[in-house]
Design a protein around this ligand. Structure first.
Ligand code: TXA
Ligand code: MG
Length: 299
């Protein structure tokens, strides 16, 4: 085993604690799947309601197979194509996966994250349940410093640098004749269709509460606007966010820009400027998060 951070994280996890883990999407708050105490701590640390199920992070397809009671061909194809990577597959759970992890559902979300430090950790710890490492409803962390400030330095977090992707994984449900996308992300419907050649339907799951109306919210009210100077805010001092015209860069920068904007001295609000050309499949994940983070749109 290599780094001291990994060793320290393992000892905390073994003692029923939680640790912050870097992934390519956002940082997670992890506990061992067989530690009821650790799983409870995820919910209390995040102040997360227990109806929101956790994703189980695995290091390989082999490990995923042990967490599910069914591994359809399409899961195999997609895992081969996109793991390690930003794709979470919801599949029937194995009986040992606790209902606390799945919020009572008979399914479990499985993902193999693409980060060497976290893959190394999971190699020794076994599968880790982890939501994003933010307080419930708040902006997801994309750097270790964000996790530290979110939990006042009380959660030991492995520093894996800034997240490459920057928004949470695509979450899908796999059915015999079609696939449902519950949460859009960097793996898009057409990328999934290319691999599986079955119908891919975008459908927010009622049981997937990333889908609550308000989520990902910064500490100041945020507005979405097609103009840099919205008439509605003419008397208010606000911080303006402009995103790159490259959706991969825009996703990587989104949460960091929201955090920076919320800390601008004297700012009472945040305006996120949407340009007409910022549209298409790769933008869907970005606008999905933004729509849940805003108070209102001026469009
Ligand atoms: O990129 C990510 O997915 C990050 C990193 C840490 O892996 N994790 C993350 O976790 O975003 P969280 O808990 O913030 O969001 C997980 C989403 C939630 O919307 C949850 O409802 C959904 O996945 N989910 C998990 N298990 C599910 C299940 N069995 N059925 C339906 N939705 C599920
Ligand atoms: Mg989250």
């Amino acid at each position: 085993m290599s780094s001291n951070d990994t060793k320290k994280a393992l000892s905390i996890l073994d003692a029923g604690g939680v640790v912050g883990i870097p992934t390519e999407t956002v940082y997670g708050l992890a506990a061992k799947i067989d530690s009821p105490e650790g799983i409870d701590k995820i919910f209390t640390t995040k102040e997360r309601p227990d109806f929101d199920p956790l994703i189980v992070h695995v290091e390989s397809i082999e490990q995923a197979l042990k967490c599910t009671s069914s591994w359809p061909l399409h899961a195999e194809l997609l895992a081969n194509a996109f793991w390690p990577g930003p794709l979470t597959m919801v599949l029937p759970k194995a009986s040992h996966i606790s209902s606390k992890i799945t919020s009572g559902l008979e399914t479990v979300g499985l993902r193999c994250p693409n980060h060497p430090l976290t893959l190394e950790l999971i190699h020794y710890s076994g599968p880790l349940a982890a939501p994003s490492a933010n307080r419930f409803g708040k902006t997801s962390p994309t750097q270790k410093a964000h996790v530290d400030s979110e939990f006042n330095g009380e959660v030991f977090t492995i520093d894996g640098g800034a997240c490459e992707i920057g928004i949470e994984s695509t979450v899908i449900g796999i059915f015999e004749d079609h696939i449902e996308v519950y949460r859009p992300g960097a793996i898009t419907p057409s990328m999934i269709k290319n691999i599986t050649d079955i119908d891919v339907v975008v459908k927010e799951s009622p049981v997937s509460p990333g889908h609550l109306k308000h989520h990902y919210m910064p500490d100041l009210p945020m507005y979405l606007s097609y103009e840099a100077q919205p008439e509605e805010l003419k008397d208010i001092h606000f911080a303006l966010i402009e995103l790159s015209s490259d959706p991969n860069i825009a996703a990587r920068e989104l949460y960091q820009k929201m955090r920076e904007a919320a800390q601008k001295p004297n700012a009472k609000a945040i305006v996120l400027l949407k340009k007409p050309e910022q549209q298409g499949e790769l933008w869907d994940g970005i606008w999905n998060r933004v729509k849940k983070a805003i108070t209102k749109e001026f469009i």
